[in-house]
Ligand binder design. Structure first.
Ligand SMILES: NC(=O)c1ccc[n+]([C@@H]2O[C@H](COP(=O)([O-])OP(=O)(O)OC[C@H]3O[C@@H](n4cnc5c(N)ncnc54)[C@H](OP(=O)(O)O)[C@@H]3O)[C@@H](O)[C@H]2O)c1
Length: 279
């Protein structure tokens, strides 16, 4: 019965979700992800797309309650993802972190942390001042989910998952993850620069935009499935990759339809939503 957080300042964590062991903690997280996936599918079917960016206000503005207070997009991305750069160090400093310096675990952790740093610090700097503000309740939900996800992900990576120094899945996963990171950054950058021109939403051109509407989401998916491969399909990493696939798939479908209805015949009909030639 493994309880690697016993006798550390983090031992209280076991009592919150009524868990006895590390395995149960991970199990509760994975079940939680399944619940969130169903909630997202339900929300999408009954209410609409997630309330940020192109769909930030279609659902929430008519309610005009205090929890819909508009928050600057840069602040939303920075504050919402702040736990991703702070919590890993809390886990590493206050838990045994016995697998942290295992070569394979350390490599995955470094790539994971580079992504967290990009999303929390570099991406918000790159976002335009003209970007659409986000309702405060959505910022709170991002923050809450990020705290839980990053705690469990780091704990899993440094205390639970003992990776082999060499594995075929890692050999395949590393280039997929790196390629995904590049595609994601390259197309995020193009979109934020378009927004910076201050002309409102436009049809994005160049790169993978010529074949899909949301190449930045495609890159994000490759990044998380690459990570799942690098951990030889660690359960936390696979569940998070599934969550991203569902969330970004629904969002790409919304964005693709939004482009077609906004730009009509000017929008290239050959583009798919997110996966070239398929979806
Ligand atoms: N892992 C996950 O579960 C997850 C979930 C969500 C997002 N993400 C990642 O976070 C990043 C941003 O996601 P997102 O959904 O905000 O991306 P997005 O809708 O493509 O927007 C990115 C930025 O570009 C602007 N923009 C988008 N389309 C534009 C257009 N046609 N013309 C001019 N400007 C445009 C947006 O402005 P507005 O804000 O004003 O629309 C925003 O500032 C992506 O890399 C995505 O993969 C990950």
């Amino acid at each position: 019965m493994s309880r690697s957080l016993d006798e550390t300042p983090l031992s209280l964590i076991y009592t919150i979700p009524l868990c006895e062991t590390d395995a149960q903690l991970v199990g509760v997280f994975n079940v939680g992800i399944v619940v969130v996936i169903f909630a997202i599918i339900g929300w999408h079917g009954l209410v609409g797309s997630a309330p940020y960016g192109k769909s930030a206000w279609e659902v929430t503005k008519p309610l005009s309650l205090i929890w819909c207070y508009p928050i600057n997009a840069r602040f939303t991305w920075m504050f919402g993802h702040l736990p991703t750069i702070v919590i890993p160090w809390v886990v590493i400093l206050y838990s045994p972190a016995k697998y942290m310096y295992n070569f394979a675990n350390l490599s995955v952790f470094i790539l994971f942390y580079v992504h967290c740093f990009y999303r929390t610090v570099l991406y918000p700097i790159q976002i335009s001042r003209n970007a659409t503000p986000t309702p405060v309740w959505f910022l709170c939900s991002i923050f809450g989910m990020t705290v839980i996800h990053i705690f469990v992900e780091t704990h899993h990576m440094v205390n639970i998952l003992q990776l082999e120094s060499f594995s075929m899945t890692a050999v395949i996963g590393i280039p997929i993850g790196l390629l995904g990171g590049w595609i994601n950054w390259r197309h995020d950058f193009a979109l934020t620069q378009l927004r910076n021109e201050g002309k409102g939403y436009q049809i994005p051109r160049g790169g993978l935009f010529e074949i899909v509407s949301c190449p930045n989401y495609l890159g994000e998916l490759l990044k998380w499935w690459g990570t799942a491969l690098m951990t030889s399909f660690g359960s936390v990493q696979v569940m998070f990759a599934i969550y991203c696939t569902i969330f970004l798939g629904l969002r790409a479908n919304f964005t693709h339809n939004w482009y077609k209805s906004t730009f009509g015949h000017s929008y290239p009909s050959t583009r798919r939503a997110m996966i070239p030639g398929l979806f």
